[in-house]
Write a protein of this length. Sequence first.
Length: 272
Amino acid sequence: MKKILILLGLVLLGWLLKLSYDIMQLNQAYTQVQQSLHQAQQRNANLNDRLVALQRTTEQTPSTARSSDQEVTQTHPLVLIQQQLDLVEFALKQQQYAYALEKLSHLDADLKQSTISDSLKAALAAAILKDHQDIQKFVNARQTQQQQVNQLLQQLDSALTAEIGQQNLTVAHDENAAFWQKWLQVEPVSKPSQVLMQRQFILKEAQLHILLARQMLLQGQYLAYQQEMTLVVHSLQQLPDQKAKQILQQIEHAKALPTLVTPILTTRALLR
């Protein structure tokens, strides 16, 4: 018995080490995302500098090259818009939604001073407004969903904490089974004691996966969230007691999280 407890203790220690490693990996990934966004902002600043330099060069060009410069000037506003949309799409992929909304607002303001035709300007302005509204709706829906699921996961975490110290078990029975089957149900004598001994470690393992699932949810990593919740379900399916079955039902409800699709820019379609 002592060897079994030592082995189970080593397994739990291994899970704790794995959890610490996963959290460290998440922090490193977040730092890389911040660095990528900073580099994108620097590229945007360089593009603006190149635009200013190009405008100065155009003013100083001799009259013999004026026709080719006029062609560049006419096409350049669309190129600039494309570049701004690239930044917006990059921000959406990196879940920097506030930055994406800010860039759309700047693009809408710059559009008023653009030299493109009035009809195209009006169409782009309408598309930018729609994209701005779609992203804002997506952000609001995402925040609401995260708050609701996060609250449910916190409740599940508290329920698991309470059950880890619980010793009195009530074995769950099949409600559709006949009454005589319930009375005549026979299990090996060693099975309840084995389940009782492993129950705390199984619940602790499920609790650790729920902690990771909450982190994945807050970062918008829905696939990783589903994977962690699947592991929780598999862990709790081993337990025969009634309370574990109730918690399992709540976890399956939290797992059935509808995926919110990031909006696709309609403004981009007008420039293709």
